[in-house]
Ligand binder design. Structure first.
Ligand code: FAD
Length: 435
């Protein structure tokens, strides 16, 4: 029993692993490093191309539940994320390279996985899982367009934030700590007074943007909105968004500053930091000019500038079933961001489900039917819900999971109880899923 998986990103690596763990022989095709996407820079599998955070860890938020489900079901991505975790308050953030290196080592050394280097341009015969991501190479994207017609022609734009070296941050104008002192020294906080913010905002909203073909008439995904686009919505918008100072007591004044830019540790050593919420598509010299107006970043060394890319996804409710299989040709399934799930963990979760269900089908086992009450199931059922007419990429959220049948006071308590319900269902199904 053989399966071809195209793309060794978050979804493809997880999917290949789940298949292989169930005794299926996998041919995993990856075009890096021979051919790079515009946002990937290393040879590693499961490379995180922007933030190093897999977002909230607690069970009162939906992505925390999704991670816990994957963790309990022996997900490769969660196992490697937990092993390379760096401190980030209430979030699960990882050492970017350490994480990707570990995934790569594990996948490459699995006896049932054969890694085949090079770009795939045609869809192979047999069982195929396409997990080539939002930056699928042009040649394969064209082939898919031919196969799927009008339903593949959807896109929006994603941006990545810059990275700076820790030693270049001026700690005379910054301090380490977390919001409301949760966690330890997880973030470097870079304050600005009103005068500094006003000058920064003015330059940010008028700085020169890099040209991105088609961006003028595009959709921008809210979760990855460029900081300059957000700033143009109004003088105070950033003060309620990435620059909010609530809960950040400046040790020199004991007060919350007017604005705070947070830097999050990007590697285990703490030598690289990313600017939280600073996804951008300003021209590189403009990024240096404008972001250096933040006092603590006056002499910052930019290790990588922010970039913006086109992000393609399918009209999945018309095309895919609840196992992410192509309705008109079920030997072909899709996994990851291109199905319209949005985010690292969501991509891994779709790869997990496709891997498990494909292996079961090939082995003659009945499908698991992940229910809507579980985050993994809710995502798959949303993606394949034909009644969704204006399909947009979707992060996991409690809005797509059925509510409780009784009243619980307080949103956090309610969400935590929805998570407990999901985990109880998971425990009942676990032995079957792992079989
Ligand atoms: P990928 O991880 O991109 O993996 C696809 C793999 O397929 C790549 O390794 C690629 O080289 C390979 N490939 C492509 N075409 C071919 C081919 N023809 N033949 C062989 N191999 C091929 N999500 C977040 O949660 N947080 C973020 O901060 C974030 N930032 C993002 C920034 C950008 C610029 C983009 C584009 C997306 C971002 N996302 C973010 C969204 C999404 O979570 C990531 O794109 C995620 O990596 C998607 O996982 P994937 O497995 O679907 O694709």
């Amino acid at each position: 029993m053989n399966v071809t998986v195209i793309g060794a990103g978050l979804a493809g690596s997880e999917c290949a692993w789940q298949l292989a763990q169930r005794g299926i022989q996998v041919e995993l095709h990856e075009m890096k490093p021979e051919k790079m996407t515009p946002a990937h820079t290393t040879e590693y599998f499961a490379e995180l191309c922007c933030s190093n955070s897999l977002r909230g860890a607690g069970l009162e938020n939906a992505v925390g539940l999704l991670k816990e489900e994957l963790r309990r079901l022996d997900s490769l991505i969660l196992q490697c994320a937990d092993a390379t975790r760096v401190e980030a308050g209430g979030a699960l953030a990882v050492d970017r390279h350490g994480f990707a290196r570990l995934v790569t080592e594990k996948v490459r050394s699995h006896p049932n996985i054969t890694v085949i280097p090079g770009e795939v341009t045609e869809i192979p015969e047999g069982e195929v899982i396409i997990a080539s991501g939002p930056l699928t190479s042009d040649a394969l994207a064209e082939t898919l367009q031919g196969l799927l017609g009008e339903h593949s022609d959807l896109h929006f734009f994603d941006a990545a934030a810059p990275l700076v070296s820790a030693e270049s941050v001026d700690m005379e104008h910054a301090w380490m700590g977390s919001r409301y002192d949760k966690g330890t020294d997880d973030y470097v906080n870079c304050p600005m007074n009103q005068e500094e913010y006003d000058a920064f905002w003015k330059e940010l909203t008028t700085a020169q943007e890099a040209e991105v073909h088609g961006f003028e008439d595009s959709m921008v995904f809210e979760g990855c909105m460029p900081v300059e686009v957000m700033a143009r919505r109004g003088h105070d918008t950033l003060l309620y968004g990435p620059l909010k100072s609530r809960g950040l007591d400046d040790p020199r004044t004991g007060r919350w500053p007017y604005a705070v830019v947070q830097l999050r540790r990007d590697n285990a050593e703490g030598s690289v930091y990313n600017l939280v919420g600073f996804q951008t598509h300003l021209k590189f010299p403009e990024q240096r000019r404008v972001f250096s107006m933040i006092p603590a970043l006056r002499n910052a060394e930019f290790l990588r500038y922010g970039v913006m890319h086109r992000n393609t996804f399918l009209d999945s409710p018309r095309l895919l079933d609840r196992y992410y299989r192509l309705k008109k040709e079920p030997r072909i399934a899709f996994a990851g961001q291109m199905t319209g799930v949005e985010g690292y963990v969501e991509s891994a979760a779709s790869g997990f489900l496709v891997g498990v269900e494909t292996a079961r089908r090939l082995k003659g086992q009945p499908p698991v039917d992940f229910p809507r009450e579980m985050a993994i199931g809710a995502l798959a059922l949303y993606i394949s819900n034909e009644s969704v007419t204006q399909f947009q990429p979707m992060n996991i959220n409690f809005g797509i999971i059925p509510p409780l049948d009784h009243f619980v006071k307080g949103k956090r308590n309610k969400n935590a109880e929805i998570s407990q319900r999901a985990l109880a269902i998971l425990e009942e199904k676990k032995a079957d899923i792992l079989a």
